[in-house]
Design a protein around this ligand. Structure first.
Ligand code: AMP
Length: 275
């Protein structure tokens, strides 16, 4: 497994490796959810490149950039064991050299939800993902369904900018009790960790209510109350068009139920389909 830290070294390595090439963008602190993306990359392509870059541009001034977990040695061991061929680990200065002022602004699916809760977040995501795609030039790039809105934003950007790459989503990997794996779960206290699986449980029961014909507004009210009863503070729990992220007042396919809830200092994100 080769580790590249400069763009010329990355390009040399990519040129020497067989196509098709799959890219898995990550911010490190890798867990089994990230490994599922690498596994899917290896199923789809001859070469898997994983990027590790904690992107300052997607963190707000009051967010957790400084405490974001970092574990370079552990990440490289995990990727090697998973059969990853190439790791792209640029420094902040390599990604954003002094003087860089160009960013990517995606409309549509960035509005609302994470876009509203975290101003500038998706500008940072779109900018770094476009740069990673240009730097590595993959045939396919894989993103987790865990960050559903991010997946729709990246799909929209790739379509709007005619990027010659397939954007593929990978289902969310969960703990046995249903909690979606996340690098931030380590900041949950034991009591918070015990309450955290309620987010997925509530999403599933709200989805079942809507699928069973209950009025969307009633099912959502039930869900928000159920989250509060479990000690989670919902930022949002909403039914949206699965692609445009526009809220749905009545169920229409394709629909997704998306939620963010605060538990102590951690913001948990999750989503489920509503078939
Ligand atoms: P991150 O390192 O948190 O930026 O995540 C990198 C990629 O891994 C993103 O595409 C995430 O959606 C994806 N990811 C994070 N957690 C999970 C999970 N539990 N299951 C599947 N994919 C995930």
């Amino acid at each position: 497994m080769h580790v590249a830290r400069t763009v010329p070294d990355l390009r040399r390595a990519v040129t020497a490796l067989p196509r098709p090439l799959a890219l898995v963008p990550t911010m490190g602190a890798l867990h089994a959810g990230h490994v599922a993306l690498v596994d899917e990359a290896r199923r789809r392509a001859a070469t898997c490149c994983t990027s590790i870059f904690v992107n300052p541009l997607q963190f707000g001034p009051n967010e957790d950039l400084a405490r974001y977990p970092r574990d370079e040695a552990g990440d490289l061991a995990r990727l090697d064991a998973a059969g990853c061929d190439l790791v792209w680990m640029p420094s902040v200065d390599t990604m954003y050299p002094p003087g860089a002022v160009t960013t990517v602004e995606v409309g549509g699916p960035t509005e609302g939800f994470e876009g509203a809760a975290r101003p500038g977040h998706f500008r940072g995501v779109a900018t770094v993902v476009l740069k990673l795609l240009h730097q590595a030039g993959p045939d396919v790039a894989l993103f987790g369904e865990k960050d559903w809105q991010q997946l729709q934003v990246v799909r929209r950007m790739a379509a709007d900018l005619d990027l010659p790459v397939e954007i593929a989503g990978v289902p969310t990997v969960r703990e046995p009790d249903g909690l979606a794996l996340s690098s931030r779960n380590r900041f949950l206290s034991p009591a918070e960790r015990a309450a955290a699986p309620r987010l997925f449980a509530v999403l599933r029961s709200v989805a079942a209510r809507i699928a069973g014909g209950e009025a969307v507004a009633d099912a959502l009210r039930f869900g928000r109350d159920a989250l509060r009863d479990a000690g989670l503070a919902p930022d949002y729990l909403d039914l949206v068009d699965a692609e445009t992220m526009r809220p749905q007042r009545e169920w229409r396919s394709p629909a997704r139920l998306v939620a963010a809830a605060r538990l102590g200092t951690v913001r948990l994100l999750d989503n489920v389909p509503v078939p």
